[in-house]
Write a protein that binds this ligand. Sequence first.
Ligand code: ARG
Length: 578
Amino acid sequence: AACSFRRSIASQLSKVLDLPPENLIKSISAVPVSKKRRVADFQLSIASVREDNSSDCLAPDLHLQAQKLAEGLKCDAVVSEISAGPGTVNFTINRELLAKTVLRQVLKDGSEYGVKSELFSTVPKQKAVIEFSSPNIAKKFHIGHLRSTIVGNFIANLKVALGHEVIRMNYLGDWGMQFGLLGVGFQLFGNKEKLKTSPLQHLFEVYVQINKAAEDENTKKLAKDFFRKLEEHDEQTLSLWKQFRDFSIDEYIRIYKRLGVHFDEYSGESFYQEKSKEVLKMLENKGLLQKTIKGTGIVDLSEKKDLSSFSTVMRSDGTSLYITRDLAAAIDRMNKHNCDTMIYVTDKSQSNHFQQLFQILKLMGYDWVERCQHVSFGLVQGMKTRRGEVIFLEDVLNEVRSRMLENMASTKTTKEIEDPMETAEKVGLAALIIQDFQGLLSSDYQFSWDRALQSRGDTGVFLQYTHARLHSLEQMHGNEQLTDINVACLQEPDAISVLQHLLRYDEVLYRSSQDLQPKHIVSYLLTLSHLAAVAHKTLPVKGSAPELAQARLCLFQAARSVLANGMKLLGITPVTQM
Ligand code: ARG
């Protein structure tokens, strides 16, 4: 929809400005719908098309230029009104054409609406490896892992929707001294049956127990021995470790499924035990590895080569560290996938780690490090369940589901729902995701169940509610065939507002694809829901003349379609009743 209008405005402008239309496309934007009525549908910002967009950009001058430009343009079949504002030229689209084009495009393109926009036509299709979630076996799945999971999933969804190839990777914390302890712990307190039925919980408990016991020297020694055997690939030891890993992954998969998340690859630190030895060799050969008096291996990262900043890559006993395994993993990932982008999603406490990782790769001569990106996010404070501290992802999922069920039970519609548990889970997850995605990813925020689960206002519950209402409207009146609606019926301000807002979806996708921030899409969808809710009130379907009812249904259907598309990108499964 936006696509053809923008093109047609650009082609008129290109003649007057003597610039190729392609260069103008991104300077023409749909005007956001706000409380005030909009002056126009599209806007060209003068500053963005001026070549000398600096020194003499004085406001009065820009206004004058806008006026001059506006005078040189003519209305046509597409544009019905042109005006000049402070530094902008404003375009109003022919009202019937607006309705017809937007609705046709939305309903025809389905889940590809907005994606097919020309805003993306010059963006090359790429291959991206996105690593996210990456929990540590036998340790807590903390809120940072949850945030990584939903953020990574969003980035992957968005990239896939835009036609890129994506590999979703989970890099498990499945190696290190803690497995020595865990192995000994399992021999003492473990239970094979529990390991099968609830591995994550069981291993965590064993780990807590053995950590208490680890005070004494004998346990410490046993743990060391166990890990040494593991590193030496002793068959029996390795087979126990493999069970820890395999059963844990089975359970992760099951729980991620509740979140609507899947991975293409389960990688992990364990894969890079051997390969990190090679990395150390390479570092040594390139003269990058230095030994301290204590015998640890470090890489000098300072500019003046005075060791004012360095990274430790080898323990004194020659074994690798977290960063060494990450070096090996990055090299392996790039060899294997030869991707255009390699993304790591973790909280910002690891920013320093990734900075060092990329610096070392660069020193090693890997130019592709330019393609690596750490997407970091802020900390979430105060997430607790009624049972207390969050230890497992499942705790969070169960908590949000039960809280949502309680909320739903207090409203009268709930008993008609076929599967209240499932609905509660989907709505609850929407609430968590929207709360998390509302601000910039880099900001910290205070977690609140009550705020997230509010049914009114800017929440995921409200998005779900709007979707369900629009869906039941379709159920009640049937899906409309767009071919023969009378768009003259959609000229009320509330209908136009929805149409204008639908027009802007591609720009929002574009922004999020540029900065990987979900908040643009979130605020777009919240506005869409508010506009649709208002229109739902003022533009009734039931009781209206057939022609009018049909046109309105079509409008609501389009709104629901875009709402559903956007929600899915965010990782939310839209519900059809609640
Ligand atoms: N397992 C790590 C943790 O829980 C996160 C891994 C992040 N990814 C990486 N390639 N280092 O802190």
